[in-house]
Every structure is written in C-alpha cells, then in structure tokens.
Design a protein around this ligand. Structure first.
Ligand code: PLP
Length: 379
C-alpha cells in the first residue's frame, strides 16, 4: 500500500473478476452472469473492420475520434434521439466505460455528492469512490418496477449534490425511466442546478415501449452529457468503442484527458463503428427480438416457480426477488453449487440489491431453459 495514492486507495477491487474466478472453479456451469451479448458482431461490421485494417486504419486518430465517426454519431443522435449537437460536442472513447470515467474525472471534486440509482451499475460507485466524492444511493423500488421516481430523487438532493447519474434502460434491473418522469427529473435538475449524466448504452434493447433521451430537452444541453456505444446494440464489447455527447466545455476537457492516457479509441474500431451506424439496422432488431423471446420465457418461468420477478422493460437482465429463500449471497452460491448456474448477487449493485439476483439472458433459450430446470429442482 506504501506507493498507492490516497485517491486510488479508495478504489474497490472489481467484484466481477472475483465472481468470475469463483464461478470458474465449478464445472459445466451455465452462465447467466455476464453482461455481454452472446451474439457475434454482425458480419458486415467485421468485414468493415478487416477492410479498414487493410486500408491502413492502424494509426492514431484525433483525441476526439475520427470526424467521419463523429459525423455518423451526430446523425444518429438527431435521427434516433432528437438530440442536436455539433461534431465538436462529441468525443469517441474506449467503450462507454471510459466515457463515464473521463466525464466524472473532469467534473467532480472531492466532497461533491453524486446521486446514483441503487441497485445500479457499479462503476459509477467505484469511480465516485476513487475520486473522493460521496456517492448517494437512491433506492429504485421493486413496487415502481425499479424505476427512478422524481420524488425519491428529490429527497436525496443536498447543497453538495453536483451530479445525477441516470441509466435507462438500466443495468441490473432492466427498468426504464418513463418520459414523464424524465421531464420532471429535468425540471428538478434545472431548479437545483445539477449536472446530469445519462447512460443510454441499452437504448436499442427496449421492449414494449420507446426510448426517450433527457438530452432531447433543449434546456438540458448546458448541464447534460449523454453516453452511448456499440458494445450492447451491435455486440461489439471487444472492439472497445463508445462516445459521449453534450456540453462543449466538458467534452473538450474529456478530450484533453483522453490525450494523456488512451490517446484515442482504436482506429479500426472507429471504422467498424461507422459501418455499424451506416449499415442496415436489421441486425440490431433481430438481436432485440431474440432477447425479447428469452425475456418473456425467463420471467414467466421464474414467476411460475415462485420467484417473484418484475417484467423488465429493457436491457438483457431480470432482477428476481429471492428474499423468501435467502440472501443474495446465499442464493447466488446455492444456484452455482447445486444448480450449476451462475448469476450475479444483487448486492454487487448496491445495498438495496440485497434479496435479489441478476439473471442475464444474454444466453441461448436452450441454455436458459436448462438453467431454469436446474434452479426449479433446487428450489
Ligand atoms: N454502462 C452500463 C450501464 C453498462 O452496463 C456497461 C457494461 O456492462 C457499460 C456502461 C460499459 O460498456 P462498454 O463496453 O461500452 O465500456
């Protein structure tokens, strides 16, 4: 510990690595634990990557990413999200993960309060911790389908609150924040002078409803950064490509910081991302339809076997309530040891995740079926 800086000493180890390590000790485990598409990257995107390499996309690019990609993202944001930004208000990053990290480093001071959904994506908590901020969880309740409500949010705001992070569709609950809530949340952010980070990485995986971006509200532009990427929509986790858009002064500083570390996302991945955005979107729809089938099957069966499960509206996760049977930790271990199914304990997503497990349905219907047969027997 002698050499570790005070800020980084606060960085908790990756829980996910630990879980994967434990799960790997068991043989023949069906994984419903990973937050990564089981599909391969669509062939036309792979071909575009190979072609780009042959044509010399093997060099550094601008710290903000290629203009070609930023132009494609600009058009996408206009068409899909009603969000209007210039190419100088967009930065391409090494996955959405890096966009979040750069953004939080650029805007937060030690002692600032950051409000996050709990249960929610753990990296917001980890980054907030190593930056010396106070991460304030707002309980997203099962009775509200795990959606953040404006009332619950308002209760958590203090004079020290600087940033609100929203994630819709959400990891790990699959919840969405409806448009009328987002409009109220925007009003609150304006009234209380808060900055908002909207993580829309699961935007394309939404069922029954349509996606609404809080950044489409014109008054939000000066206080909001949107992050999105290619990992989930186009099954491109390994390509490491994402982006942030919004408020120019923040984007500019994110580019400065990226210049000191990653320099730019891989040039080849940027070319492949252009192909993903400009190409036929049927591949996205095909994957979404497949996830939807799995979602309906998984949720119905869990409910039928007596494990109450809210029907998720997006992403590829369900968040069943296992309190009747035991703690998150106990049930996670039990399912792993006795049913040979790996899930994720709800507690890795925050204190309010106790009593829940995250089931990822980024696995085939056949495997999900087998996993549920095993779990039913154990239950
Ligand atoms: N944001 C959320 C909510 C996620 O669930 C994930 C990955 O699981 C990320 C960001 C990071 O994605 P990327 O692969 O683009 O870094």
């Amino acid at each position: 510990m002698k050499w570790i800086s005070k800020t980084v000493a606060n960085a908790p180890p990756s829980v996910l690595d630990k879980l994967l390590e434990i799960a790997s000790e068991y043989k023949d485990v069906i994984s419903l634990g990973l937050g990564e598409p089981d599909f391969d990257t669509p062939p036309h995107v792979i071909e575009a990557g190979i072609k780009a390499l042959r044509e010399g996309a093997t060099h550094y690019t601008s710290n903000f990413g290629n203009l070609e990609l930023r132009e494609a993202i600009k058009k996408k944001l206009e068409k899909d999200n009603n969000v209007y930004v210039g190419t100088d208000e967009i930065i391409c990053t090494v996955g959405v993960g890096t966009a979040i990290d750069l953004f939080m480093r650029v805007v937060l001071n030690p002692g600032d309060e950051v409000i996050v959904q709990d249960p929610g994506y753990f990296n917001y908590i980890y980054i907030g911790a190593y930056l010396g901020t106070t991460v304030v969880p707002v309980h997203v309740k099962e009775e509200n389908d795990f959606s953040l409500t404006p009332e619950d949010l308002e209760e958590k705001i203090t004079e020290k609150t600087k940033l609100l992070i929203i994630n819709s569709p959400a990891n790990p609950t699959g919840s969405i924040i409806p448009e009328n809530y987002l409009r109220k949340i925007a009003d609150i952010a304006i009234e209380k002078d808060l900055l908002v980070l909207t993580d829309e990485i699961y935007e394309k995986l939404i069922y029954d409803e349509s996606h609404f971006s809080i950044l489409s509200i014109p008054e939000m532009k000066e206080r909001c950064i949107l992050v999105n990427g290619f990992s989930k929509a186009y099954a491109m986790t390994g390509w490491r490509i994402g982006y942030a858009a919004g408020c120019k002064s923040i984007i500019e500083k994110m580019g400065n910081i990226q210049a000191y570390s990653g320099i730019c996302p891989p040039g080849v991945s940027q070319k492949a991302a252009v192909a993903a955005l400009k190409g036929d979107q049927q591949c996205v729809e095909d994957m979404r339809k497949e996830y939807d089938k799995r979602r309906v099957y998984l949720v119905n069966r869990l409910n039928q076997m007596g494990i109450p499960t809210v029907r998720p509206k997006g992403a590829f996760y369900a968040f069943p309530n296992v309190t009747e049977y035991g703690t998150s930790e106990k049930m996670w271990k039990l399912f792993l040891e006795k049913a040979h199914v790996s899930t994720s304990p709800g507690t890795i997503f925050g204190g309010y995740g106790e009593g829940y497990l995250r089931f990822s349905y980024a696995n085939s219907l056949e495997n999900i079926g087998k996993a549920l047969d095993n779990i039913e027997e154990v239950i």
